[in-house]
Design a protein around this ligand. Structure first.
Ligand SMILES: Nc1ncnc2c1ncn2[C@@H]1O[C@H](COP(=O)(O)OP(=O)(O)OP(=O)(O)O)[C@@H](O)[C@H]1O
Ligand SMILES: [Mg+2]
Length: 303
């Protein structure tokens, strides 16, 4: 049956609510819905939901799931030489019926069902946001001692690995030290995750520079396959998981404008919202402007 849980007023599937396919749903995250194909494979569907400050907004961001999927697919392909990824090689149309295909087209991928590595692999090349706040107080970021005299948005001498816990829906991820990361996933795996995340970030930064984009920081997720091989999964270097700055407006000492989620975050902050659900209703023009920012990131990176 082709029954999205609800429809937007114009009759198109409302992607803020979970998609509904005849495949069995195994998980509904803040942004993505996962469906079982068999015990080894799943369909990962990116919806138009947007989560900000860990609260899911009620209003969809038009086409966001498709844009995120295009950006991730681009990076998975580009970075395939650095680390294996979760793609099985199957096409979506091989596992979804023709009747249901329009519900997921352009926003779904067929992925290996991996055992998630229980930390978020964050890499920072610039000091900004929560990192900048911590540095001003203590001269450190996530416990890592940094040189004195850095300004807001300064480039770090080398990219740093600043892992966080993986929170359940409704909870906030928490920054942890490398030692805590080792305690959670094991010393050897922690080193592999750190080195791989930094290698991925460095390769991406080099490419993005050719497109006039600075990647200030990003978050990767990894899983282990049946053989225990470290595998890149989830989404890669999207505006949801990264801070992208236009190189031409970058200047040390101030937080540059970005092509990412920061736009809608700034709008939410301007309303005086206490960051507890429910979020304020996002006006249509803010939702559209947010979609434009996501699209701009896709175009700049890949066009
Ligand atoms: N190949 C994979 N195998 C197993 N789990 C995966 C794979 N790819 C992604 N995932 C998991 O699927 C979920 C995707 O959902 P979503 O991106 O909405 O995540 P979330 O954890 O709710 O939110 P956030 O991205 O803010 O952490 C995540 O829990 C992610 O770890
Ligand atoms: Mg996620």
């Amino acid at each position: 049956m082709v029954t999205p849980v609800s429809f937007a007023k114009d009759g198109s599937p409302d992607m803020t609510t979970p998609t509904s396919l005849s495949l069995k749903k195994i998980y509904s995250g803040k942004v993505r819905d996962l469906y079982e194909i068999d015990d080894k494979r799943m369909l990962m569907v990116a919806t138009d939901r947007l989560s900000a400050f860990d609260v899911i907004l009620d209003e969809p961001i038009p086409e966001k799931g498709k844009i995120l999927t295009s950006i991730s697919n681009f990076w998975f392909d580009k970075l395939a030489g650095v680390v294996p990824n979760h793609f099985t090689g199957d096409k979506v149309e091989d596992v979804v019926s023709a009747a249901e295909l329009p519900l997921v087209e352009g926003r779904a991928v067929v992925a290996k069902r991996l055992k998630p590595v229980a930390v978020e692999a964050i890499v920072r090349g610039y000091i900004v946001g929560s990192g900048w706040k911590e540095y001003q107080k203590s001269g450190t970021v996530c416990g890592i001692q940094l040189p004195a005299g850095l300004k807001e948005a300064s480039k770090l001498p080398a990219p740093i690995f600043t892992p966080s816990t993986k929170a359940a829906v409704g909870d906030h991820d928490e920054n942890i030290s490398f030692e805590q990361c080792q305690a959670i996933i094991g010393a050897e795996l922690a080193e592999k995750v750190r080195d791989t995340a930094i290698a991925l970030y460095s390769a991406a930064v080099e490419y993005a520079a050719t497109r006039g984009i600075i990647i200030a920081d990003t978050k990767f997720e990894f899983g282990l396959d049946e053989d225990g091989t470290l595998t890149l999964m989830d989404e890669v270097l999207t505006p949801d998981s990264s801070r992208f700055w236009p190189a031409e407006s970058y200047a040390e000492g101030s937080n540059p404008p970005s092509f990412d989620k920061q736009f809608v975050r700034d709008w939410l902050e301007s309303t005086g919202w206490n960051k507890q659900a429910p979020a304020p209703t996002v006006p249509a023009d803010v939702a559209q402007k947010t979609a434009d920012k996501y699209r701009e990131a896709l175009t700049k990176l890949t066009a």
